[in-house]
Design a protein around this ligand. Sequence first.
Ligand code: PHE
Length: 463
Amino acid sequence: MFQGGGSERDSFSSKFGVIAAAAGSAIGLGNIWRFPYVAGENGGGAFLLIYLLFIAAIGIPVMMSEFVIGRSAQLNAVGAFKKITPGKKWHLVGLLGVVSAFIILAFYTVVAGWTLEYLVQSVKWMLTADKIGFAEMDNDAVRSFFSSHYESFVSGMWRPMIWFAVMMILTGFIVISGVKNGIEKYAKILMPILLVLLLVLVVRSLSLEGSREGLLFLFKPDFSTIKAAPMKIIVEALGQAFFSLSIGMGTLITYGSYIKKKENLASTAVSVAFADTAIAIVAGLAIFPAVFAFGISPDSGPDLVYITLPVIFQSMSGGLIWAFMFFLLLCFAALTSTISVLEVIVAYFSEQLKMTRKRAAILAMVSVSFLGILCMLSEDVFAVFNGSPDLLLPLGGFFIVVFIGWVLSGDTTKGELSSDGKYKTGYYKIFMFLVKFVAPLAIALLFALGVYSKVITLFPSIG
Ligand code: PHE
């Protein structure tokens, strides 16, 4: 068994700390910004059903595999593979994860920065509501007010960059503070607040007249949408499942390496996946009823949260207070995710390239910022970065399950999952069946479909 790491290695201090940190990574813009619009574009309930299937059959096994790799090796994503299979090429999987971390952190921090802009703006809109004249506007006028604000904000130069920098510095500050005194500490504060804010919003949204239709959209599968574009829906559901659970790029290998031997990895993975899925559904519950109550189309894409929601908030009684709350929540959710992505790079730099934590963090922040600037300058770069997790994460996930299924010794895996006999592992056979056969085959098939459908969108003549 691999018992690495000296006593100086930082770790999470409690079970609640582990779950808060890992759920903090999983729950983010992916749940509240991405899930509702991707579900909205792909037919709502039908998408949800496929998504749930992927979470259970592929997502949880991948997550457990990452925890096993990280905790058994006690190292970052690259170092872990090097230690377990010295002299082999497996560490390239870790390196792919680090590359994915750069790409994801770049566009993700851009969108996270928008939450800060909206946080500040919602206070300003509240204070100047009379001057703006919201009361005299009809829904269309309010919509064009918010959409022209969004357009001019995202196409501007300085404001997005300033908010990007603020978000990056907050992230860096927490990561530099360490695992226990940074990542765990802030996750334990921010996650409970997030939950309370979200529940308040759901109650508000469900109490709107006409919210029933939104519920039906989210929960009643309309299979005709699957028939119309089955490939796209399935590929996007898999990509969304990976993105939302933070799997396939070593985030949870890295976090797993900070989990103490006494914690139960399987139950942690199930709790995190459950929390992540519950929050995505609850975010849908907060958003779709309101969308339908105001007669807005649910498939309005990435700007659903930044244009549609402010319109809705503005027209509700209490109005922009709700907007402020919502963007605060979104900002907290994003922050506990950006720290987990940065940690992948920082753990790699500091352990493999022997840098101090601080130096590693600063180097990572500066280099990611260059990519971030590209995303802010070019909509095309942004779209490519935003779409790339759909392929990169399943690719990483494929190798991770194959590694557990076919490379790592069964004794090591079982030893980790049972914490050396402390916990029962009655699920072990099913787990092994999933990681050996089901998950690799399903991911490979969907990956091929995904590549094919991306090629077709680029070169329609082939299809
Ligand atoms: N899971 C995060 C979210 O849903 C995003 C993320 C992806 C974080 C990959 C870490 C790694 O917002």
